[in-house]
Design a protein around this ligand. Sequence first.
Ligand SMILES: [Mg+2]
Length: 169
Amino acid sequence: MGLAAFARWLRPDLLVNSLEEIPLGRLQQRGIRAFILDLDNTVTFWQSDTVAEATRAWLHHVRERGFAVCLSSNNSYARGAPVAACLGLPLVPSAGKPRRRAFYQALDILGTGPQETAVIGDQIFTDVFGAKRLGMFCILVRPLGPREFITTRLLRHLERLVIRCWESG
Ligand SMILES: [Mg+2]
């Protein structure tokens, strides 16, 4: 696969500015019953334990509608566990996304198959790439804040190249 083809393959099913923009009804219609949800810069700012009121309300709404939710983070257990406990959500820490193992672990916890589960995250080379590898529906959400790991900041340059391919193709 050439680079441009790879970039196109990485295109998410949905691109949204915030979690609240995700069309839950439409997803339910296509058989999505669960979410694998990234943590840093998707649910909280990087390395922050604070979950915004709007995000809490969204999570409450999502679960009320019957979706199962599992957090999945490449960050450590020590970092993710307090947030997960506070939200009452299961967590797969040190996920090593885009490796497949952690996605299978999350599916196990959720009790759903890849076809009925959507991945939500802010990074193309971890969240989206991993979701694509399992053929899962994939939602890329704009990162909550500009602060992140040095490795992530480097990947953002590559992300911009990929996004340019989406825009030109
Ligand atoms: Mg993230």
